[in-house]
Design a protein around this ligand. Structure first.
Ligand code: 5GP
Ligand code: ZN
Length: 115
């Protein structure tokens, strides 16, 4: 837990969220400002700043988080025919919360390349 980290506080239940999934490594909740009919934020419970800040063993956690996206997608009929998983790493990519997270989006079609 990092001091004053919004997502650490959400994972601990200190700040309320609409939880959709939790296990020993992962916490997932609805995005407060959804960009698709279903927009879920998936985080590791361990505080990791971003993809450039992995320590030894964190690759396993990141793989676990990514795999959890597929498990969570099964909960959402909107994702039956596909979904998008996005990580924003760093300010230029649009990262605003510096606790690594993956966006899981579904329920509409998505353009490529992303904006
Ligand atoms: P980023 O821009 O860092 O990739 O994504 C951060 C995401 O967290 C944004 O989509 C934003 O809407 C979401 N977010 C920020 N604050 C909160 C909050 O307090 N609760 C929830 N549920 N989502 C949040
Ligand atoms: Zn954190």
């Amino acid at each position: 837990m990092a001091d004053n980290c919004l997502f650490c506080k959400i994972a601990k239940g200190e700040i309320p969220s609409q939880k959709v999934y939790e296990d020993e490594n992962v916490f997932a909740f609805r995005d407060i400002n959804p960009q698709a009919p279903a927009h879920i934020v998936i985080i590791p419970k361990k505080h990791i700043k971003d993809l450039n800040s992995l320590s030894e063993g964190d690759d396993l956690i990141i793989g676990y988080v990514q795999a959890a996206a597929a498990t969570i997608a099964l909960q959402f009929p909107e994702m039956k025919n596909g979904y998008r998983v996005v990580n924003n790493c760093g300010a230029d990519a649009g990262q605003t919360v510096f606790h690594i997270h993956y966006h899981l989006l579904g329920g509409r079609s998505f353009g490529w390349p992303p904006g």
